[in-house]
Design a protein around this ligand. Structure first.
Ligand code: ADP
Ligand code: ZN
Ligand code: ZN
Length: 726
C-alpha cells in the first residue's frame, strides 16, 4: 500500500500522510482528504512506502481529483525552493502558486468560456455607420479579426462599447472551448516593425544566442530607448521556434495598450493575467498555457507560477519595481523566483529597466548576468531637467515653497500640466531644523535618528541607540524642528484653494482602486481634463505624460535621511522614471526637488551624472556599510496592542539567534512606522555576510520561535531579503 504525503493548506511546516485504497495517482495531482472535522483539497507531494504513523491511524484519501498532475516537476521544485528559502509552510506555498479555482477543487479541464463575436447583422454592417461611436467601431473591427472574452472586451474597450453593440444587435455570445493543437504557431503574422538600431540588434542577437539554455540578462536602457522593441524581436524568434514566452509587468504597467502592442505585432491571442479576472478566466489562462495553447502570457507578480508546456523565454519588465515582492503571507520576490525558474527550465531570462535595482546591477557588474545597454533614445522622448530647490527658512504652504507655487502658476498659464509628487516609500521622518537644515544624528553611527512621535523618542536604526526629542536645534538653537511631511489630501485641498481656476486630480492607491479606474483617470489626464496632478508612486510607472512640463517632488528629505537604506535608491528610481515620462521633444519638462540639503552628494550625483552613475556610487556605499547586496538579511516583524508584548516576543526571538554562527542581531527596535491602526510595531533584523549561515540559523530556530507562547498573542512574520522596513 502506498502512503501519500500531501501538502495541505494549513499553517504547519509539514506534509500529511494518508492511505490510498487502490492505485496511487502521480505526484502533483490533487486529492480531497479528511482533516479533523473538515475536508481539504491538497496536492500529492511525495509518495512513500511507509509512514512514521501506524497504518491503522492513517486516514484514507476521500477522492482523487486529477488523473494528470496540475503541477509540473519544475513547479514542484520551485515550490520546494520557496518553502525552504522563505521558511514558509509548504501547503501555504502551494496555495499561493495555484489558481483559486483549483484550490477550491474545480476540475482542471479547459471549460468553454463565453466570448463576444459578431452576429449576422454585425458581420454585414458598414462600420462607418458607427463613426460617431469610435470605441464601438474599434471593438467591431477587433471582432472582425477574432472573438474576445467578456473580461478582455470590457478591459480593452470598456463596458459601454460592449453594451452599445449589443443593443444594436451586432454582437452575440458564443461559448468557445480550445482544442489541444497549437493554433497560434500557424496564426502568427508578424506586424510592421522598425529596423533595430545597432545596440538593439546587439541585444537581440545576444538573447537569441542563448535560446534553449539558461542565461540571465540585464537590459538597461533609459525610458524610450526601445527595450520593448528588443523584447518583441526576441519573442519573435522564440515563437517561431514554437515556444512560449512569459512576461511579468508591474501591477500598474498592465494596461490595454501594453497588451495590444504584443497582440498587434504577432496577431495572436495573448494570455493576460490581471487582477480583474474572475477565477474561471484565470484558470483558463493557466490551463491554456499549460497545454501550450498560448504563445504569449503577460501578467503581474503571481503570473510567475503559470505553467508552460514549451517554455522558451522569461521577461521581467521594470525589474526594479517594488510590486514584484509580495508583502504578506509568502513574502517572495518574483524577480528572484524568475531567475530560479529560468534556471530550472533552462531558458533565458531578460530583466529590463531604466533604473536597475542595486542587487541586479551588482549581478551584472560582477558578470553573473550579461549586461546589455541601450544608451540612445529610439523615439522622440525627452528627459526633464532636474534641479534642487533649497527650502531652508522658506515659508511652506501645504508643503510647497513660494518659489514652487510661482513656477506652478507660470506653467499652468502656459496651458501645461503640473505634477506634484509626494514620496512615501521608505519615508522615515528625521528631526530636521527648518532654519539651518541640520539633521539630528546618532553620534556613534553618524546616521540620522528616526523620529518616533508616539513613543516620544529618537531612535537610531543602525545601532539601536535612542534618546528623547530635543526642543532646539543643536546647531543654530532654532526651535523650528520637525519632520515636514504633508499628506496628499492636504496638498490637494491647498492647491484647490490656491488655484481655483484649475482642476486637480489625486492619484494614489485609494483613488485608483477598482476596475479600469486608473485607466479612466489616465485618459482624462491625457485629454487635459485635469491640470494639477497630485500623486504617489503610481504615477511613475509605465505612463507617458506629454503635457506635463513641471514636476515637483515635495519631500525628498524623507527619503534622503531615512533609516531605510533602500530609500535613496527608490527615490533615485522614482526621479529618473518621472523625468523620462514628462514632456515631449517640443515641450520639454523641468523637475524640481525640494530639500533642506541641496548639496547632498547622492542627490547631486543623480542630477548631474544620471542614475547609472548614482547607482554605482550607491553600491560602493552599501559595500562600505556592509549592507545588501553585500550582506544578507532577514526581518522579524511583530505587532500588538501593547508595545511591550511586541518587544518581549522579539526579545525572546533575539535570544535564540544571539550567538548563532556568523549572524548579527539588531533590535528589537520600533518599525519605521511605529504605530499603525492602534497597533505597536517592532522589528528585529538578522544579518550575515553569508547567505548560507543566515539560512542555517533560521532553519535551526524557526520552529522554536513558532512554539513561543507569545507567538500566538502577537501578530508576527518573517521576511527573508526584506525590501520594506516601514
Ligand atoms: P522602452 O520600452 O525602452 O520605453 P520602446 O520599445 O517602447 O522603449 O520604444 C519607444 C518608442 O520608440 C516606441 O514608439 C517604439 O516604437 C520606437 N522604437 C523603438 N525602437 C525603434 C527603432 N529601432 N527605430 C524606430 N523607432 C523605434
Ligand atoms: Zn538649525
Ligand atoms: Zn547609531
Amino acid at each position: 500500500m502506498a502512503i501519500l504525503r500531501i501538502a495541505l493548506p494549513v499553517p504547519k511546516r509539514q506534509l500529511f500522510d494518508y492511505r490510498i485504497d487502490g492505485e496511487s495517482p502521480a505526484i502533483g495531482c490533487r486529492v480531497i482528504v479528511p482533516f479533523g472535522p473538515r475536508t481539504l483539497v491538497g496536492i500529492i507531494w511525495e509518495i512513500a512506502e511507509q509512514s512514521q504513523w501506524p497504518e491503522d491511524k492513517l486516514k484514507a484519501v476521500t477522492q482523487v481529483l486529477d488523473d494528470k498532475p496540475v503541477f509540473s516537476a519544475t513547479l514542484i521544485h520551485l515550490c520546494q525552493w520557496l518553502a525552504s528559502y522563505y521558511k514558509h509552510p509548504i501547503g501555504d506555498v502551494v496555495q499561493t502558486a495555484l489558481p483559486v479555482a483549483l484550490r477550491k477543487g474545480a476540475a482542471n479541464q479547459a471549460k468553454a468560456i463565453d466570448h463576444w463575436c459578431l452576429s449576422e447583422a454585425g458581420q454585414t454592417i458598414d462600420s462607418s455607420e458607427l463613426s460617431r461611436a469610435p470605441k464601438q467601431q474599434a471593438l467591431l473591427a477587433q471582432l472582425r479579426r477574432d472573438s474576445l472574452t467578456k473580461s478582455t472586451a470590457n478591459q480593452d474597450f470598456g463596458p459601454a462599447a460592449v453594451k452599445g453593440l449589443l443593443t444594436k444587435g451586432l454582437i452575440e455570445v458564443i461559448a468557445k472551448s480550445h482544442t489541444t493543437d497549437e493554433p497560434w504557431v500557424s496564426k502568427i503574422i508578424i506586424g510592421e516593425k522598425p529596423q533595430a538600431n545597432v545596440q538593439q540588434a546587439l541585444a537581440i542577437s545576444s538573447i537569441e544566442a542563448k535560446l534553449g539554455e539558461f542565461a540571465c540578462f540585464l537590459l538597461e536602457g533609459i525610458t524610450g530607448s526601445g527595450k520593448t522593441e528588443v523584447y518583441l524581436q526576441a519573442i519573435e524568434s522564440v515563437l517561431l521556434r514554437g515556444q512560449q514566452v512569459l512576461i511579468l509587468v508591474p501591477e500598474i504597467g498592465l494596461t490595454p495598450q501594453t497588451v495590444s502592442r504584443f497582440k498587434q505585432r504577432f496577431g495572436i491571442e495573448v494570455g493576460v493575467l490581471h487582477s480583474a479576472l474572475n477565477d474561471t478566466e484565470r484558470l483558463q489562462v493557466w490551463q491554456q498555457s499549460a497545454l501550450g495553447q498560448l504563445g504569449i502570457i503577460i501578467g503581474t507578480r503571481s503570473a510567475i507560477f503559470t505553467p508552460m508546456l514549451k517554455p522558451g523565454l522569461l521577461i521581467v519588465d521594470e525589474e526594479h519595481d517594488a510590486s514584484y515582492k509580495q508583502q504578506d503571507g509568502l513574502r517572495y520576490h518574483a524577480r528572484d523566483l524568475a531567475v530560479m525558474r529560468a534556471h530550472k527550465e533552462q531558458i533565458p531570462l531578460v530583466l529590463g529597466t531604466a533604473t536597475p535595482a542595486l542587487e541586479t546591477l551588482n549581478n551584472a557588474l560582477s558578470g553573473k548576468y550579461q549586461h546589455l545597454h541601450l544608451p540612445v533614445r529610439a523615439g522622440n522622448a525627452v528627459v526633464a531637467k532636474q534641479q534642487v530647490f533649497d527650502i531652508r527658512q522658506q515659508p511652506l504652504e501645504f508643503g510647497l515653497a513660494k518659489g514652487m507655487l510661482e513656477r506652478t502658476a507660470l506653467h499652468l498659464k502656459q496651458g501645461s500640466q503640473v505634477m506634484l509628487f509626494i514620496n512615501r516609500r521608505g519615508y522615515a521622518p528625521a528631526l530636521l531644523c527648518h532654519s539651518c537644515g541640520h539633521v539630528e544624528q546618532c553620534h556613534s553611527c553618524n546616521k540620522p535618528f528616526t523620529l518616533h512621535k508616539s513613543l516620544y523618542k529618537l531612535q537610531c536604526h543602525h545601532c539601536a541607540a535612542a534618546k528623547g526629542i530635543p526642543k532646539r536645534c543643536a546647531n543654530c538653537q532654532s526651535s523650528e524642528l520637525g519632520s515636514q511631511g504633508v499628506g496628499t489630501e492636504q496638498l490637494e485641498q491647498g492647491l484647490a484653494e490656491y488655484f481655483p481656476n484649475y482642476k486637480s486630480v489625486r492619484i494614489d492607491s485609494d483613488t485608483t482602486r477598482g476596475k479600469n479606474k486608473l485607466d479612466t483617470m489616465l485618459n482624462q489626464i491625457n485629454n487635459n481634463e485635469f491640470q494639477l496632478l497630485i500623486g504617489t508612486q503610481i504615477l511613475s510607472k509605465g505612463h507617458h505624460f506629454p503635457n506635463v512640463t513641471l514636476v515637483i517632488i515635495l519631500d525628498v528629505d524623507g527619503a534622503l535621511f531615512s533609516a531605510d537604506y533602500r530609500a535613496a535608491e527608490h527615490l533615485a528610481q522614482l526621479i529618473t522614471q518621472l523625468a523620462g515620462r514628462a514632456g515631449r521633444a517640443e515641450k520639454p519638462g523641468e523637475m524640481w526637488l525640494q530639500t533642506h540639503d541641496p548639496a547632498h552628494p547622492l542627490l547631486q550625483d543623480l542630477i548631474n551624472n544620471g542614475y547609472g552613475h548614482f547607482a554605482r556610487y550607491a553600491l560602493l556605499e552599501r559595500q562600505h556599510a556592509n549592507l545588501p547586496p553585500y550582506s544578507f538579511q532577514a526581518l522579524f516583524k511583530a505587532q500588538a496592542l501593547s508595545a511591550r508584548d511586541a518587544h518581549e516576543f522579539l526579545q525572546q526571538v533575539a535570544d535564540h539567534f544571539i550567538g548563532a554562527e556568523g549572524v548579527m542581531c539588531l533590535g528589537p527596535i520600533p518599525a519605521l512606522m511605529e504605530k499603525r491602526q492602534g497597533q505597536y510595531r517592532m522589528q528585529l533584523l538578522l544579518q550575515s555576510n553569508q547567505r548560507g549561515l543566515l539560512q542555517q540559523a533560521l532553519n535551526q530556530y524557526i520552529s522554536s520561535v513558532e512554539a513561543l507562547p507569545l507567538a500566538t498573542k502577537v501578530r508576527w512574520s518573517l521576511d527573508v531579503d526584506p525590501q520594506d522596513f516601514s
